[in-house]
Design a protein around this ligand. Structure first.
Ligand SMILES: [Zn+2]
Ligand SMILES: [Zn+2]
Ligand SMILES: [Zn+2]
Ligand SMILES: [Zn+2]
Ligand SMILES: [Zn+2]
Ligand SMILES: [Zn+2]
Ligand SMILES: [Zn+2]
Length: 253
């Protein structure tokens, strides 16, 4: 049995080392794998490497140095629980991260979360920055352009954007999602279906003609499709049930 001497990192009897990291203020020994450091303003030891954090006196928290200049200071922001593991954020040794919506979360919980969901668990806004999401949104716009909804399954919908909170009506529904034309996010919810079936398809085609663009979030050309190509694709709708459309449709209904 090893006996740790008070305020020393070594065993009294055999000099076995208890942990490579020792904080004399906290009287803490731990492995240095997680890069622990003592923050005098926080008043205890955190992990993640001193060089990667800067303490913010307003937030009362050690902030990731790369995010420091852009972070929204709010007193008491970290006096909350992590929305994933429910642990108190301030007293937890693990690094915290602030999502674009302003909600705080453990950095490691954030990485776990974004592997299966890109939305903040608290407010459902997109948890990653618009720059980070751009390739994902672009891939969705491509998927929509490649899989037009058959005319008999067409729907005219009103959407609400979870990110910019803009409502938009007369939009073409798609089982992959409907893009917000204001902030280009696909994090939208369908609030209402105002028309469906062939009537809806004809109405949407007419809208596209007057708008001069497709309604798949392609107005900015990000899906790489011009209005002409879009119209050509829609012309092939004529009664052909798109087999790929079946499964996701059922899930959504
Ligand atoms: Zn010993
Ligand atoms: Zn310490
Ligand atoms: Zn600190
Ligand atoms: Zn701050
Ligand atoms: Zn957590
Ligand atoms: Zn949030
Ligand atoms: Zn939006």
């Amino acid at each position: 049995m090893h006996i740790r001497a008070l305020y020393s990192n070594f065993c009294n009897t055999c000099q076995v080392q208890f942990g490579a990291y020792h904080c004399g203020i906290c009287n803490l020994w731990m492995s240095d794998e997680e890069d622990p450091y003592h923050c005098s303003e926080c008043g205890f030891c955190r992990v993640g490497g001193r060089e990667n954090f800067r303490h913010c006196n307003d937030c009362g928290m050690c902030i990731d140095i790369q995010l420091f200049d852009d972070h929204n200071c709010k007193v008491g922001k970290y006096m909350s629980n992590c929305p994933v593991c429910q642990e108190d954020l301030f007293s937890s040794r693990d690094a915290s991260h602030e999502m674009p919506c302003g909600h705080a979360i453990h950095w490691h919980c954030f990485r776990e979360l974004t592997s299966y969901d890109t939305r903040c668990p608290v407010c459902k806004k997109t948890a990653e920055t618009p720059e980070h999401m751009a390739p994902t949104w672009q891939a969705m716009a491509m998927g929509i352009a490649l899989q037009p909804v058959p005319a008999e399954l067409a729907r005219v919908v009103t959407i609400m954007c979870n990110d910019c909170e803009q409502r938009d009506d007369d939009r073409r529904w798609h089982f992959l999602g409907v893009r917000c034309t204001n902030c280009m996010s696909f994090n939208t919810t369908v609030e209402q279906t105002t028309m469906s079936g062939r009537e809806a398809a004809a109405y949407l085609d007419e809208l596209d003609r007057t708008r001069g663009v497709g309604d798949n979030g392609t107005a900015d050309g990000s899906a790489g499709m011009g209005a002409g190509t879009d119209a050509d694709m829609q012309a092939t709708d004529g009664g052909n049930l798109n087999a790929e459309a079946d499964d996701p449709m059922d899930d959504d209904l």
